[in-house]
Design a protein around this ligand. Structure first.
Ligand SMILES: Nc1ncnc2c1ncn2[C@@H]1O[C@H](COP(=O)(O)OP(=O)(O)OP(=O)(O)O)[C@@H](O)[C@H]1O
Length: 392
């Protein structure tokens, strides 16, 4: 790598990966609102992205992800609030147009110039740079994205994944302070998508670039991001590490949007919660303590946290399999517990259990479980219940 590229060595990249919340703020959204006529599509959104961090905006179609990206790029003006880049206000009282924001964008459709080679596409935007320096920069970028041997090919001669690498290299060429990626994998087929997630993360980390990506695909968000910002109806539901949003959701919407979630109802009694799968120690439930004694709660479990099997000798069944869904390598069961709760449960084929027969369901979680007060849609970081004005 040449020293002209902002490409810290591997140990720097790994350092950032370990603790992305350290370091200066590159992007700050402060109470940002966007209205079209009477419709509010972004509602009081605040978010900080730190240097070297890869953050993904994740949410269902229409929740405002692309609008947020366009506001950051300067393609839209906010109706209220402020956006700062490296501490400089770019939208709010003042407005800085996109071309001076030093923000790169990788579009869904890659937007490569069809008549230019990969090398020329990457070099585009480096006008004004001395030719030998530009050539060196392009060489470095082609190496970074693994396309050294394909520089002379035009986009139509490259695979989808290779085109995406060119698009990424082109966006990185002018060394933007912030890179925005709009659904970067949506035009790739499934296998390639999974491969390119790893590759794009490696490239961004190696380049040490700060990036905000947008997707509605939970798996993608969790596999490429340092932090995931889950959006719903123009608001941020939760901003957390992939493990945080998956295992410790702060709202039932986040719990269900990130994957299959079931809820075990129970009541806190002393140091345990009585549920349909037996007593669960409060020590294995995140943030639960004896002060909640007597409180009715719902413990969230993922299919991997639960097992179901035929009862052994002297064991009582506590549920019945009511649904079986074949998923290829695994089977997802729905089990109705004697208490009436229905829980999802994932098994491999060696552990198949018959439909309709009594089974013994047990918890097998290797991490602390999340919980919500009975009926509450969301909880704050401190555990207190928030008003039920959000989605289910
Ligand atoms: N120019 C516009 N005028 C009016 N409404 C708009 C405009 N642009 C977006 N919207 C509305 O704002 C809301 C958020 O749109 P946005 O494209 O940001 O959502 P999204 O989360 O990116 O969705 P998707 O995943 O489907 O791309 C939608 O209800 C959309 O109809």
């Amino acid at each position: 790598m040449s020293s002209e590229l902002r490409t810290p060595d591997r140990s720097d990249a790994e350092e950032r990966e370990r603790d992305p919340e350290e370091g200066p703020a590159v992007l700050e959204l402060d109470g940002v609102t966007k209205r079209y006529g009477d419709t509010t599509v972004i509602d009081d959104l605040s978010l900080t992205v730190r240097e070297g961090e890869l953050l993904t905006l994740l949410g269902p179609s229409g929740c405002g992800k692309t609008t947020t990206l366009r506001l950051i790029a300067g393609l839209e003006r906010p109706s209220g609030g402020e956006i700062r880049l490296n501490g400089r206000s770019v939208a709010g009282e003042a407005f800085e147009p996109p071309e001076v924001r030093d923000v790169g964008v990788v579009f869904q459709e890659f937007a490569l110039f069809p008549h230019l080679s990969a090398r020329e596409n990457v070099a585009f935007g480096l006008d004004g740079m001395a030719e030998d320096e530009r050539e060196r920069r392009v060489d470095d970028l082609l190496e970074l994205v693994g396309l050294v041997d394909h520089g002379d090919k035009r986009p139509e001669e490259l695979s989808g994944g290779q085109q995406q690498r060119v698009a990424l290299a082109r966006s990185l060429a002018p060394e933007p302070h912030l890179l925005l990626l709009d659904e970067p994998f949506s035009n790739l087929d499934v296998d390639l998508r999974v491969e390119m997630r790893e590759e794009v993360r490696r490239i961004l980390k190696e380049a040490g670039v700060t990036a905000v990506s947008v997707t509605h695909d939970q798996e993608e968000a969790m596999s490429i991001s340092d932090r995931v910002a889950v959006m719903y109806e123009g608001q941020l539901e939760q901003v957390d590490s992939p493990e945080g949003v998956f295992q410790q959701p702060r709202s039932r919407f986040v719990a269900s949007f990130l994957g299959h979630a079931s809820f075990l109802s129970g009541s806190v009694e002393g140091d345990a919660v009585g549920t349909g799968v037996g007593d669960v120690p409060i020590a294995s439930i995140n943030g639960l303590a004896t002060e909640y004694d007597g409180t009715d709660i719902d413990v969230m479990v993922r299919p991997d946290d639960v097992t179901a099997r035929r009862p052994g000798a002297g064991e009582a069944a506590n549920g019945r399999v009511v649904h079986r869904r074949y998923l290829g390598p695994t089977v997802l069961y729905r089990v109705e517990l004697d208490t009436g709760d229905v829980v999802g449960c994932m098994h491999n084929h060696a552990e198949e259990v018959p439909l309709d027969e009594p089974v013994r369901v047990e918890l097998a979680a290797d991490h602390d479980l999340a919980w919500f007060p009975a009926g509450a849609k969301r909880v704050a970081d401190g555990g207190e219940v928030l008003p039920d004005d959000g989605p289910d």
